[in-house]
Design a protein around this ligand. Structure first.
Ligand code: ADP
Length: 398
Protein backbone atom coordinates (compact mmCIF):
# COMPACT_ATOMS: atom_id res chain seq x y z
CA UNK A 1 0.00 0.00 0.00
CA UNK A 2 1.41 3.47 -0.84
CA UNK A 3 1.97 5.88 2.02
CA UNK A 4 -1.28 7.55 3.11
CA UNK A 5 -1.88 10.57 5.32
CA UNK A 6 -4.33 9.49 8.04
CA UNK A 7 -5.97 12.04 10.32
CA UNK A 8 -6.95 11.02 13.86
CA UNK A 9 -9.73 12.93 15.63
CA UNK A 10 -10.19 12.40 19.35
CA UNK A 11 -12.82 14.49 21.05
CA UNK A 12 -13.68 14.89 24.72
CA UNK A 13 -16.28 16.98 26.52
CA UNK A 14 -14.11 20.10 26.38
CA UNK A 15 -11.41 19.33 23.81
CA UNK A 16 -10.70 18.09 20.32
CA UNK A 17 -7.30 16.47 19.84
CA UNK A 18 -6.03 15.62 16.38
CA UNK A 19 -2.94 14.26 14.69
CA UNK A 20 -1.84 13.47 11.16
CA UNK A 21 0.21 10.36 10.38
CA UNK A 22 1.84 9.16 7.21
CA UNK A 23 1.05 5.45 7.12
CA UNK A 24 2.03 2.66 4.79
CA UNK A 25 4.26 -0.43 4.44
CA UNK A 26 4.28 -0.94 8.19
CA UNK A 27 5.66 2.59 8.78
CA UNK A 28 3.72 5.12 10.86
CA UNK A 29 5.20 8.62 10.99
CA UNK A 30 3.48 11.41 12.87
CA UNK A 31 3.57 14.65 10.87
CA UNK A 32 1.86 16.84 13.44
CA UNK A 33 -0.47 16.87 16.40
CA UNK A 34 -2.67 19.52 17.92
CA UNK A 35 -5.65 20.30 20.09
CA UNK A 36 -8.39 22.77 20.80
CA UNK A 37 -8.88 22.87 24.58
CA UNK A 38 -11.30 24.81 26.74
CA UNK A 39 -14.40 24.40 24.56
CA UNK A 40 -17.20 26.42 26.14
CA UNK A 41 -14.86 29.14 27.44
CA UNK A 42 -13.65 32.58 26.32
CA UNK A 43 -10.07 31.55 26.70
CA UNK A 44 -9.55 28.36 24.77
CA UNK A 45 -6.20 26.98 23.64
CA UNK A 46 -5.46 26.05 20.06
CA UNK A 47 -2.07 24.63 19.20
CA UNK A 48 -0.38 22.51 16.55
CA UNK A 49 3.13 21.04 16.89
CA UNK A 50 5.18 19.39 14.18
CA UNK A 51 6.98 16.06 14.62
CA UNK A 52 9.97 17.85 16.21
CA UNK A 53 7.78 19.55 18.79
CA UNK A 54 7.99 22.96 17.07
CA UNK A 55 4.79 24.96 17.62
CA UNK A 56 3.17 25.80 14.29
CA UNK A 57 0.08 27.32 15.88
CA UNK A 58 -0.24 28.66 19.43
CA UNK A 59 -3.40 30.71 20.02
CA UNK A 60 -5.85 31.47 22.81
CA UNK A 61 -9.12 32.01 20.93
CA UNK A 62 -12.60 32.21 22.42
CA UNK A 63 -14.17 28.77 21.84
CA UNK A 64 -17.81 29.16 22.82
CA UNK A 65 -18.86 25.79 21.42
CA UNK A 66 -17.93 22.70 19.44
CA UNK A 67 -18.74 24.26 16.05
CA UNK A 68 -16.11 27.00 16.53
CA UNK A 69 -13.70 24.38 17.87
CA UNK A 70 -14.04 22.06 14.88
CA UNK A 71 -13.90 24.98 12.42
CA UNK A 72 -10.50 25.93 13.86
CA UNK A 73 -9.29 22.38 13.20
CA UNK A 74 -10.84 22.11 9.72
CA UNK A 75 -9.51 25.53 8.61
CA UNK A 76 -6.03 24.65 9.83
CA UNK A 77 -6.15 21.34 7.95
CA UNK A 78 -7.24 23.04 4.75
CA UNK A 79 -4.62 25.78 4.97
CA UNK A 80 -1.57 23.94 6.31
CA UNK A 81 1.42 22.78 4.26
CA UNK A 82 0.95 19.14 5.19
CA UNK A 83 -0.66 16.61 2.83
CA UNK A 84 -4.46 16.46 2.85
CA UNK A 85 -5.75 13.41 4.77
CA UNK A 86 -6.68 10.37 2.68
CA UNK A 87 -8.69 8.86 5.56
CA UNK A 88 -9.91 9.89 8.99
CA UNK A 89 -10.09 7.75 12.12
CA UNK A 90 -12.51 8.93 14.82
CA UNK A 91 -11.95 7.75 18.36
CA UNK A 92 -15.38 6.46 19.35
CA UNK A 93 -15.89 5.78 23.02
CA UNK A 94 -19.05 3.67 22.73
CA UNK A 95 -21.24 2.44 19.88
CA UNK A 96 -23.75 0.69 22.13
CA UNK A 97 -24.85 -2.92 21.73
CA UNK A 98 -25.21 -2.76 17.94
CA UNK A 99 -21.99 -1.03 16.84
CA UNK A 100 -19.27 -3.39 18.10
CA UNK A 101 -16.82 -3.45 15.18
CA UNK A 102 -14.49 -0.72 13.93
CA UNK A 103 -15.99 0.32 10.60
CA UNK A 104 -16.52 2.96 7.93
CA UNK A 105 -18.78 5.81 9.01
CA UNK A 106 -22.05 6.39 7.18
CA UNK A 107 -24.87 8.77 8.15
CA UNK A 108 -26.86 5.73 9.36
CA UNK A 109 -23.97 4.58 11.56
CA UNK A 110 -23.75 8.04 13.15
CA UNK A 111 -27.49 7.91 13.95
CA UNK A 112 -27.03 4.48 15.51
CA UNK A 113 -24.09 5.61 17.68
CA UNK A 114 -26.03 8.73 18.67
CA UNK A 115 -28.99 6.66 19.80
CA UNK A 116 -26.78 5.23 22.58
CA UNK A 117 -25.22 8.52 23.64
CA UNK A 118 -26.47 8.11 27.22
CA UNK A 119 -23.86 5.37 27.63
CA UNK A 120 -21.00 7.89 27.25
CA UNK A 121 -22.67 11.27 27.72
CA UNK A 122 -19.39 13.19 28.04
CA UNK A 123 -17.94 11.88 24.78
CA UNK A 124 -20.58 10.73 22.30
CA UNK A 125 -22.48 13.99 21.64
CA UNK A 126 -19.35 15.87 20.52
CA UNK A 127 -17.97 12.80 18.70
CA UNK A 128 -21.12 12.37 16.57
CA UNK A 129 -21.16 16.11 15.85
CA UNK A 130 -17.59 15.88 14.57
CA UNK A 131 -18.35 12.76 12.52
CA UNK A 132 -21.19 14.59 10.74
CA UNK A 133 -19.03 17.67 10.15
CA UNK A 134 -16.12 15.57 8.87
CA UNK A 135 -18.43 13.80 6.36
CA UNK A 136 -19.72 17.21 5.25
CA UNK A 137 -16.33 18.96 5.01
CA UNK A 138 -14.33 16.03 3.62
CA UNK A 139 -16.98 14.24 1.52
CA UNK A 140 -14.53 12.34 -0.67
CA UNK A 141 -12.51 10.83 2.21
CA UNK A 142 -13.42 7.60 4.03
CA UNK A 143 -14.07 8.16 7.75
CA UNK A 144 -13.83 5.29 10.24
CA UNK A 145 -15.20 4.81 13.75
CA UNK A 146 -12.55 3.19 15.95
CA UNK A 147 -14.14 1.98 19.15
CA UNK A 148 -12.85 1.91 22.71
CA UNK A 149 -15.23 -0.97 23.33
CA UNK A 150 -13.70 -3.10 20.52
CA UNK A 151 -10.86 -4.42 22.69
CA UNK A 152 -13.41 -5.67 25.21
CA UNK A 153 -15.32 -7.77 22.66
CA UNK A 154 -13.62 -10.89 24.07
CA UNK A 155 -15.09 -10.46 27.57
CA UNK A 156 -16.89 -13.64 28.62
CA UNK A 157 -20.63 -13.49 29.26
CA UNK A 158 -20.07 -13.88 32.99
CA UNK A 159 -18.32 -10.47 32.86
CA UNK A 160 -20.63 -8.70 30.39
CA UNK A 161 -23.96 -9.84 31.80
CA UNK A 162 -25.06 -7.60 34.66
CA UNK A 163 -27.33 -8.99 37.41
CA UNK A 164 -30.45 -7.02 36.48
CA UNK A 165 -33.87 -7.96 35.02
CA UNK A 166 -33.72 -9.09 31.40
CA UNK A 167 -35.86 -6.19 30.13
CA UNK A 168 -32.90 -3.87 30.87
CA UNK A 169 -30.40 -6.31 29.39
CA UNK A 170 -32.50 -6.14 26.22
CA UNK A 171 -32.07 -2.34 26.22
CA UNK A 172 -28.30 -2.78 25.96
CA UNK A 173 -27.43 -2.55 29.65
CA UNK A 174 -24.26 -4.65 30.01
CA UNK A 175 -20.54 -4.32 30.65
CA UNK A 176 -18.91 -2.70 27.63
CA UNK A 177 -15.59 -1.56 29.11
CA UNK A 178 -13.66 1.56 28.09
CA UNK A 179 -10.08 2.80 27.46
CA UNK A 180 -9.93 -0.10 24.99
CA UNK A 181 -7.70 1.68 22.47
CA UNK A 182 -5.18 2.38 25.24
CA UNK A 183 -5.23 -1.28 26.35
CA UNK A 184 -4.86 -2.46 22.78
CA UNK A 185 -1.87 -0.19 22.32
CA UNK A 186 -0.17 -1.69 25.39
CA UNK A 187 -0.67 -5.23 24.08
CA UNK A 188 0.58 -4.02 20.68
CA UNK A 189 3.74 -2.60 22.26
CA UNK A 190 4.40 -5.82 24.17
CA UNK A 191 4.35 -7.92 20.99
CA UNK A 192 5.75 -10.43 20.17
CA UNK A 193 6.18 -11.40 23.86
CA UNK A 194 2.75 -10.59 25.25
CA UNK A 195 2.66 -12.18 28.72
CA UNK A 196 0.00 -14.85 29.20
CA UNK A 197 -1.30 -13.26 32.42
CA UNK A 198 -1.30 -9.49 32.21
CA UNK A 199 -2.97 -6.70 34.20
CA UNK A 200 -2.98 -3.16 32.80
CA UNK A 201 -3.99 -0.20 34.99
CA UNK A 202 -4.94 2.84 32.90
CA UNK A 203 -4.79 5.62 35.48
CA UNK A 204 -5.67 9.00 34.00
CA UNK A 205 -8.40 11.49 34.79
CA UNK A 206 -10.67 8.54 34.13
CA UNK A 207 -9.19 5.34 35.52
CA UNK A 208 -9.80 1.68 34.75
CA UNK A 209 -8.02 -1.65 34.97
CA UNK A 210 -8.16 -4.77 32.81
CA UNK A 211 -7.23 -8.44 33.11
CA UNK A 212 -5.80 -9.75 29.84
CA UNK A 213 -5.11 -13.42 29.07
CA UNK A 214 -2.91 -14.22 26.06
CA UNK A 215 -3.57 -10.74 24.66
CA UNK A 216 -7.37 -10.98 25.01
CA UNK A 217 -9.36 -9.03 27.56
CA UNK A 218 -11.17 -11.24 30.08
CA UNK A 219 -12.29 -8.58 32.56
CA UNK A 220 -12.32 -4.82 32.89
CA UNK A 221 -13.43 -2.53 35.69
CA UNK A 222 -15.67 -0.06 33.82
CA UNK A 223 -19.04 -1.46 32.91
CA UNK A 224 -22.06 0.17 31.21
CA UNK A 225 -20.50 3.63 31.46
CA UNK A 226 -17.06 5.04 32.35
CA UNK A 227 -18.54 5.94 35.76
CA UNK A 228 -18.15 2.37 37.02
CA UNK A 229 -15.06 0.54 38.29
CA UNK A 230 -12.28 2.24 40.22
CA UNK A 231 -12.57 5.71 41.72
CA UNK A 232 -11.22 8.36 39.34
CA UNK A 233 -10.75 12.14 39.09
CA UNK A 234 -14.37 13.16 39.58
CA UNK A 235 -16.30 9.86 39.23
CA UNK A 236 -17.38 7.49 41.97
CA UNK A 237 -16.39 4.20 40.40
CA UNK A 238 -18.33 1.21 41.77
CA UNK A 239 -20.51 2.12 44.67
CA UNK A 240 -23.34 0.45 46.57
CA UNK A 241 -26.40 1.00 44.27
CA UNK A 242 -28.32 1.86 47.44
CA UNK A 243 -26.26 5.06 47.63
CA UNK A 244 -27.65 6.14 44.25
CA UNK A 245 -31.21 5.39 45.36
CA UNK A 246 -30.65 7.37 48.56
CA UNK A 247 -29.24 10.40 46.69
CA UNK A 248 -31.99 10.22 44.06
CA UNK A 249 -34.67 10.22 46.75
CA UNK A 250 -33.03 13.21 48.42
CA UNK A 251 -32.83 15.05 45.09
CA UNK A 252 -36.47 14.23 44.35
CA UNK A 253 -37.50 16.18 47.47
CA UNK A 254 -36.40 19.42 45.79
CA UNK A 255 -36.53 18.36 42.11
CA UNK A 256 -39.90 16.72 41.33
CA UNK A 257 -39.10 16.38 37.61
CA UNK A 258 -37.60 12.88 37.34
CA UNK A 259 -35.41 13.63 34.32
CA UNK A 260 -33.99 16.70 36.02
CA UNK A 261 -33.31 14.75 39.21
CA UNK A 262 -31.57 12.03 37.16
CA UNK A 263 -29.38 14.68 35.52
CA UNK A 264 -28.43 16.06 38.91
CA UNK A 265 -27.54 12.55 40.05
CA UNK A 266 -25.41 12.15 36.92
CA UNK A 267 -23.54 15.34 37.80
CA UNK A 268 -22.97 14.07 41.34
CA UNK A 269 -21.53 10.71 40.25
CA UNK A 270 -19.56 11.93 37.22
CA UNK A 271 -18.37 15.41 38.07
CA UNK A 272 -18.44 15.89 41.83
CA UNK A 273 -17.22 12.59 43.23
CA UNK A 274 -14.03 10.55 43.08
CA UNK A 275 -10.76 12.25 44.06
CA UNK A 276 -12.48 15.64 43.84
CA UNK A 277 -15.41 14.63 46.03
CA UNK A 278 -13.30 13.06 48.78
CA UNK A 279 -10.58 15.74 48.81
CA UNK A 280 -13.00 18.66 48.32
CA UNK A 281 -10.03 20.17 46.54
CA UNK A 282 -9.16 18.85 43.08
CA UNK A 283 -9.53 15.99 40.63
CA UNK A 284 -5.89 16.42 39.63
CA UNK A 285 -3.29 14.13 41.20
CA UNK A 286 -0.59 16.82 41.07
CA UNK A 287 -2.70 19.18 43.21
CA UNK A 288 -3.47 16.37 45.64
CA UNK A 289 0.19 15.42 46.04
CA UNK A 290 1.03 19.04 46.79
CA UNK A 291 -1.79 19.24 49.33
CA UNK A 292 -0.67 15.98 50.97
CA UNK A 293 2.84 17.39 51.31
CA UNK A 294 1.28 20.37 53.09
CA UNK A 295 -0.57 18.05 55.50
CA UNK A 296 -4.08 18.10 53.96
CA UNK A 297 -5.92 15.11 55.49
CA UNK A 298 -8.78 15.03 52.95
CA UNK A 299 -6.34 14.92 50.05
CA UNK A 300 -4.53 12.10 51.85
CA UNK A 301 -7.80 10.17 52.24
CA UNK A 302 -8.73 10.67 48.56
CA UNK A 303 -5.39 9.34 47.33
CA UNK A 304 -5.40 6.50 49.89
CA UNK A 305 -8.84 5.50 48.60
CA UNK A 306 -7.59 5.60 45.02
CA UNK A 307 -4.55 3.40 45.71
CA UNK A 308 -6.48 1.05 48.02
CA UNK A 309 -9.18 0.48 45.40
CA UNK A 310 -6.65 -0.28 42.68
CA UNK A 311 -4.70 -2.67 44.92
CA UNK A 312 -7.93 -4.56 45.70
CA UNK A 313 -8.77 -4.75 42.03
CA UNK A 314 -5.31 -6.06 41.17
CA UNK A 315 -5.83 -8.77 43.81
CA UNK A 316 -9.12 -9.86 42.30
CA UNK A 317 -7.66 -9.96 38.79
CA UNK A 318 -4.73 -12.09 39.97
CA UNK A 319 -7.36 -14.52 41.25
CA UNK A 320 -9.26 -14.36 37.97
CA UNK A 321 -6.12 -14.91 35.88
CA UNK A 322 -4.98 -17.56 38.37
CA UNK A 323 -1.57 -15.88 38.60
CA UNK A 324 0.22 -12.91 37.09
CA UNK A 325 3.21 -12.41 34.81
CA UNK A 326 3.15 -8.66 34.31
CA UNK A 327 1.52 -5.52 35.68
CA UNK A 328 1.58 -2.41 33.48
CA UNK A 329 0.85 1.16 34.60
CA UNK A 330 -0.28 3.65 31.96
CA UNK A 331 -2.23 6.96 31.70
CA UNK A 332 -1.19 10.33 33.19
CA UNK A 333 -1.04 9.06 36.79
CA UNK A 334 0.28 5.62 35.87
CA UNK A 335 3.13 7.15 33.86
CA UNK A 336 4.01 10.06 36.15
CA UNK A 337 2.91 9.60 39.72
CA UNK A 338 5.75 7.68 41.28
CA UNK A 339 4.12 7.78 44.73
CA UNK A 340 0.82 6.27 43.53
CA UNK A 341 2.64 3.33 41.92
CA UNK A 342 4.60 2.76 45.13
CA UNK A 343 1.51 3.04 47.33
CA UNK A 344 -0.58 0.71 45.13
CA UNK A 345 2.13 -1.97 45.09
CA UNK A 346 3.29 -1.61 48.70
CA UNK A 347 1.00 -4.36 50.02
CA UNK A 348 1.11 -6.70 47.04
CA UNK A 349 4.30 -8.61 47.84
CA UNK A 350 2.32 -11.78 48.55
CA UNK A 351 1.09 -11.66 44.94
CA UNK A 352 4.68 -11.52 43.68
CA UNK A 353 4.60 -7.78 42.95
CA UNK A 354 7.77 -6.15 44.29
CA UNK A 355 8.85 -2.69 43.13
CA UNK A 356 12.39 -1.38 43.12
CA UNK A 357 12.21 2.12 44.65
CA UNK A 358 15.09 3.41 42.53
CA UNK A 359 13.72 2.02 39.26
CA UNK A 360 10.28 3.34 40.17
CA UNK A 361 11.69 6.85 40.55
CA UNK A 362 10.99 7.57 36.90
CA UNK A 363 8.45 9.21 34.57
CA UNK A 364 7.69 7.44 31.30
CA UNK A 365 8.49 3.96 29.96
CA UNK A 366 10.51 1.72 32.30
CA UNK A 367 10.66 -1.61 34.08
CA UNK A 368 10.10 -0.70 37.74
CA UNK A 369 9.98 -4.09 39.49
CA UNK A 370 12.83 -5.43 41.58
CA UNK A 371 15.29 -7.82 39.93
CA UNK A 372 13.88 -10.76 41.94
CA UNK A 373 10.20 -9.77 41.66
CA UNK A 374 8.19 -12.78 40.40
CA UNK A 375 5.93 -10.34 38.53
CA UNK A 376 7.43 -7.81 36.11
CA UNK A 377 6.02 -4.32 36.64
CA UNK A 378 6.32 -1.84 33.80
CA UNK A 379 5.31 1.69 32.89
CA UNK A 380 4.25 1.99 29.25
CA UNK A 381 2.67 5.15 27.79
CA UNK A 382 -0.35 4.41 25.59
CA UNK A 383 -0.15 5.02 21.85
CA UNK A 384 -3.83 5.55 21.14
CA UNK A 385 -3.48 7.61 17.97
CA UNK A 386 -1.07 5.11 16.48
CA UNK A 387 -3.53 2.31 17.25
CA UNK A 388 -6.33 4.24 15.51
CA UNK A 389 -4.11 4.73 12.45
CA UNK A 390 -3.34 1.02 12.46
CA UNK A 391 -7.03 0.13 12.43
CA UNK A 392 -7.75 2.65 9.66
CA UNK A 393 -4.96 1.22 7.50
CA UNK A 394 -6.28 -2.31 8.05
CA UNK A 395 -9.85 -1.28 7.24
CA UNK A 396 -8.72 0.53 4.08
CA UNK A 397 -7.02 -2.66 2.95
CA UNK A 398 -10.16 -4.78 3.43
P1 ADP B 1 -7.15 11.86 30.63
O1 ADP B 1 -7.93 10.73 31.23
O2 ADP B 1 -7.88 13.17 30.68
O3 ADP B 1 -6.50 11.54 29.30
P2 ADP B 1 -4.42 11.84 31.62
O4 ADP B 1 -4.09 10.46 31.18
O5 ADP B 1 -3.75 12.98 30.95
O6 ADP B 1 -5.98 12.10 31.69
O7 ADP B 1 -4.08 11.92 33.19
C1 ADP B 1 -4.37 13.04 33.96
C2 ADP B 1 -3.90 12.75 35.39
O8 ADP B 1 -2.48 12.52 35.37
C3 ADP B 1 -4.14 13.93 36.34
O9 ADP B 1 -4.63 13.45 37.59
C4 ADP B 1 -2.74 14.47 36.52
O10 ADP B 1 -2.56 15.07 37.79
C5 ADP B 1 -1.89 13.23 36.43
N1 ADP B 1 -0.51 13.62 36.15
C6 ADP B 1 0.00 14.14 35.01
N2 ADP B 1 1.31 14.44 35.17
C7 ADP B 1 1.62 14.13 36.45
C8 ADP B 1 2.81 14.20 37.24
N3 ADP B 1 3.92 14.68 36.74
N4 ADP B 1 2.76 13.74 38.51
C9 ADP B 1 1.61 13.26 39.03
N5 ADP B 1 0.46 13.16 38.35
C10 ADP B 1 0.46 13.58 37.07
Amino acid sequence: MPSLPVLVLNSGSSSIKFSLYEAGNGERTRLFEGAVDGIGTDLGKFWIKDANGKKLVDQTPAVPGRSVAFKLVADALHSCDFPAPAAIGHRTVCGGPTVRENQRITPALIDEIESYQDLAPLHTPIAVYIMREALRLFPSIPNFAILDTYFHRTLPEVATHLPIPSEYVAMGVRRYGYHGISYESIVYQLQPDVPGKLIVAHLGNGASISAIRNGLCIDTSMALTPTGGIISGSRTGDIDPGVLIFILKKLAETTPDAAEAAEKLETVVNKKSGLLGVSELSNDMRDLREAIAAGNAKARLAVDKFCWTIARWIGSYVAELNGLDMLVFTGGIGENDIASRAEICSGLGALGIVLDAKRNNVRGAAVISAENSPVTVRVIPPLEDLMIVDHVVRLLGE
